[in-house]
Each structure stands twice: as structure tokens, then as C-alpha cells.
Design a protein around this ligand. Structure first.
Ligand code: ADP
Length: 273
């Protein structure tokens, strides 16, 4: 669906921010992009959205170069949820906010409202049609921003740190929503600093460091076989415990549930059950 071929980009001449980056995103994939601040994660998403263009290399969407596409063209296929969703909201009611995208591409008012209602229902905000967006909680605002993206029926959703600042309950609700959208076939690129979310939820991880990709593969292998701290990443809690239990014969697991299962299996083995 999306392909970067040796892409480089700089905001200022001779000061590369992304260097020789190649990657592929397949339909329906759930991918995390991680790395320390300034490693190029947001610039990568800006390149995907055609908000900035490669200085070298090519970006293909469905096999076509995105060079000729404006951000509005990409927004028909790719939803983008900012870290601070308030920056994306300009309307007085949630329904107007969500209907804005469909109206912009010429869909009739009735159909746009219908699509917006459906999108609000998908994110659990049915009943909030007339709510004032700025009056919503952080978690609700994030879900409203996702509804705005969904109203355009995207194939890929990009989210930049969507759970930062949300309380535990809102965070869990939001992650369940992403799981659900992924199960329905939507491809997701999630930028996050939360390594527990990474380990628990996302099968493939891309690690960025100084504008280049230093790891692209299974999240479990990332934590099992790599010293992630050198890339500015923290180990998830389950990974730290798992490594400590390894001398006692407990197999590695990057998730809490997986670790408990390994621990129980080890215990059963020890007593010969
Ligand atoms: P991340 O999202 O990983 O924190 P960014 O893509 O935002 O990284 O930034 C990568 C580098 O590009 C940083 O050194 C940052 O200072 C620089 N940068 C980001 N946006 C701009 C901009 N609009 N103009 C100039 N430099 C920028």
C-alpha cells in the first residue's frame, strides 16, 4: 500500500532529518514507530501525508508516486490524528467537526451528516453529536479526532502519541478502539513513547534513530534480542522481569499475560504435571 524507497529529507540544506529510509506498509498492518525525541518520527508521518516532499528517493502509495499529490489528496486515504487533537478542531459541535471532511470533498450535507454519525458511533461517541469539542475530555477529543478521520473511510490511520495525557481508563478505552479498527482491516501507524503499549498491542515496530531506521520487525524480537536503551527506549515492565526470570528457566515474554503463562508453564514443568 505504502512504500518508501531510499527517502531522504531535510528542512534546511545539508541538515538531513530523514536519511535513506526504506520501508513498506501493507494493508491492515498495525505498526508502531518509536525513537527518542528528534529522531524523525513526526517528519516520517509528514512525508507520508505529503506535507513535505522527499529531497531524494520516492514514496509510493498504491504504486503511484506521491510527489504529485497534495496533502488533501492523501487525506482522502489516510487519517492523521495529531498529538494535540484540539489543534485539529474548529467547529462548535462534534457532528459538524466530523462532517467537515466529507463536506470538503463534495459529499451532500445529508450524506456527510450520516457518515459523521456513523463515525461518532464507531468511536463510542454516539449521543455527543451536539457536544462542544473543546469541552470534551482529552480521551474524548482523541476519539473525536479519530471519528473525523474515519468519516473519510481511510485505509490507513496515523496517530501521533494519542494516549499521552489520558488517564488509565481513557487510555484502555482508546487502545481497545484501535484494536477494534485494526481487526476491521484498517492499517494503523502509531507513534508512541509508551513501551508497555508497544509490547502489549503492536506486532511490528520500526525504531528511528537520528533520521534512519535502525530496526524494523517483530516487537517481541526487538525486546528479546536488542539493547533498546541505546536507542533511547525504555524496557517494558514485563521485559525487565522476563530477563530476570530467564536464569530460572522461564521463557521470554514481552507481555504481562504472556509472562504469567510462561511462569505457570515453568511451574507445571518443575512439578512434572
Ligand atoms: P520526532 O517526531 O522523532 O521527535 P521530528 O521529526 O519532529 O522528530 O524532528 C526531527 C528533527 O527535525 C529534529 O532535529 C527537529 O528539530 C527537526 N525539525 C522538525 N520540524 C522542523 C521544522 N519545521 N523546521 C526545521 N527543523 C525541524
Amino acid at each position: 500500500m505504502l512504500e518508501f524507497n531510499n527517502v531522504s529529507f531535510s528542512y534546511h540544506k545539508n541538515c538531513p532529518v530523514v536519511s535513506d529510509l526504506s520501508l513498506t506498509v501493507n494493508p491492515g498492518e498495525y505498526i508502531a514507530v518509536v525513537g527518542r525525541n528528534g529522531s524523525g518520527k513526526t517528519t516520517l508521518t509528514r512525508l507520508i501525508m505529503s506535507l513535505v516532499k522527499p529531497v531524494k528517493g520516492t514514496i509510493l502509495f498504491d504504486g503511484e508516486t506521491t510527489k504529485k499529490y497534495a496533502p488533501a489528496d492523501m487525506a482522502r486515504h489516510i487519517g492523521y490524528v495529531f498529538q494535540n487533537p484540539s489543534r485539529q478542531m474548529f467547529h462548535d459541535t462534534a457532528i459538524e467537526e466530523v462532517a467537515f471532511g466529507p463536506l470538503q470533498i463534495g459529499i451532500s450535507k445529508d450524506d456527510a451528516i450520516k457518515q459523521a454519525k456513523e463515525a461518532l458511533a464507531k468511536v463510542g461517541l454516539n449521543g455527543y453529536e451536539t457536544a462542544y469539542p473543546s469541552g470534551l475530555s482529552k480521551g474524548q477529543k482523541q476519539r473525536l479526532a479519530v471519528a473525523s478521520a474515519l468519516s473519510m473511510a481511510p485505509r490507513l490511520l496515523i496517530l501521533d502519541e494519542p494516549t499521552s495525557g489520558q488517564d488509565q481508563q481513557d487510555k484502555a478505552l482508546f487502545l481497545t478502539l484501535l484494536d477494534h479498527l485494526h481487526q476491521k482491516g484498517l492499517a494503523i501507524i502509531l507513534i508512541t513513547h509508551d513501551m508497555n503499549i508497544l509490547a502489549e498491542k503492536v506486532a511490528r515496530t520500526i525504531v528511528m534513530c537520528d533520521g534512519t531506521k535502525v530496526y524494523d520487525g517483530s516487537t517481541a524480537n526487538l525486546f528479546q534480542f536488542h539493547d533498546v536503551e541505546k536507542w533511547g527506549l525504555k524496557k517494558p515492565t514485563a521485559v525487565t522481569i522476563s530477563h530476570k526470570l530467564s536464569p530460572y528457566g522461564v521463557s521470554f515474554s514481552p507481555t504481562v499475560d504472556g509472562l504469567i503463562a510462561e511462569f505457570k508453564a515453568n511451574e507445571r514443568g518443575a512439578v512434572g504435571v
